[in-house]
Ligand binder design. Structure first.
Ligand code: SD4
Length: 289
């Protein structure tokens, strides 16, 4: 059993995954439950996930989320979804209760409503912080600096099942309808139930050009450890960009042995737990390009 999450603020979610895994829950339930708690939390510590995420350029919160097990048809995602505080729960419903894999915008919202999710007015999706940041954006038209905190969570359960989920409100003040890497398989997340899983965070408009999560899992399939795979994918992107630069990207991965890995082009804290540890641990990647 093991669990890993992006950024420092994933610690409570990874801790929650730890207790659910120890209680014998399956990896998908564990990821969905831990994710939902982060998504629906208006805590001012993070502003790019679910309720309390930064809105788009018209002031509306639009979320992307996905969940993947790495078995046939075990992927579901939503993109540019409005009004639903826990988008990853809808992504799971897309996987399990629709014939499709990715639903977007109004169609995704209608699907969620049909399944009993309540659409909330946009004011309830904003926090005091994100509402005032939007007012500031309207006055200055400047993008917010820093502030990456998309959540990616991976869980490996007692039976050896692995699930990865990602949830984000995307780039702050993005154009309406913009979809990032997070809900795209291979880009924001990827799982292969015979190998392991990976998730990405950072500048999604660039990340999606490299399918890094797929690449990490393929390298693990060829024998790399999770750390080696994440570092090799980052080095490959860097090489392709000319060798001395890289956009913002953080990668996490987990294999079926419960080994965790990560790499990043920016300072990147991530949190993890496996059976060798008594409690959740945080590590910080300090790689700079
Ligand atoms: C996106 N990759 O929509 C997301 C943003 C992110 O931490 O990861 N922020 O581009």
């Amino acid at each position: 059993m093991a669990a890993v999450g992006t950024w420092s603020f994933s610690r409570p979610a990874v801790d929650r995954m730890r207790s659910l895994l120890l209680a014998g829950q399956n990896a998908t339930d564990v990821v969905e439950t831990a994710m939902a708690e982060v998504e629906d939390d208006l805590d001012t510590g993070r502003h790019i996930v679910g309720r309390g995420g930064f809105p788009n350029a018209t002031g509306v919160v639009e979320c992307d989320a996905a969940i993947m097990e790495g078995l046939p048809r075990r992927f579901g995602a939503v993109a540019a979804l409005r009004g639903i505080p826990q988008p990853c729960r809808v992504a799971r419903k897309v996987m399990e209760e629709s014939p499709h894999s990715l639903l977007v915008g109004e169609g995704a919202e209608a699907f969620a409503q049909d399944l009993g999710f309540t659409s909330e007015p946009n004011e309830k999706m904003l926090s005091d912080h994100t509402a005032s940041a939007y007012q500031e954006f309207l006055e200055k038209k400047e993008p917010v600096k820093g502030g990456h905190d998309t959540i990616g969570l991976i869980a490996l359960d007692l039976s050896g099942n692995i699930t990865v989920g990602v949830s984000t409100s995307g780039a702050p003040f993005k154009l309406p309808g913009r979809v990032g890497d997070s809900p795209l398989p291979g880009c924001g997340l990827y799982a292969d139930h015979t190998v392991g899983a990976a998730a990405a965070t950072g500048d999604g408009d660039k990340i999606m050009c490299y399918c890094p999560s797929f690449h990490v899992v393929q390298l693990m399939k060829q024998g790399s450890s999770p750390n080696e795979a994440c570092s090799a994918v980052l080095a490959d992107i860097q090489r392709r960009m000319g060798g001395n630069q890289c956009f913002e990207i953080g990668l996490i991965s987990l294999n079926l042995k419960g080994e965790v890995g990560a790499a990043s082009s920016v300072e990147f804290p991530y949190t993890f737990w496996n059976q060798q540890l008594d409690s959740v641990k945080e590590l910080i990647i300090n790689q700079k390009f």
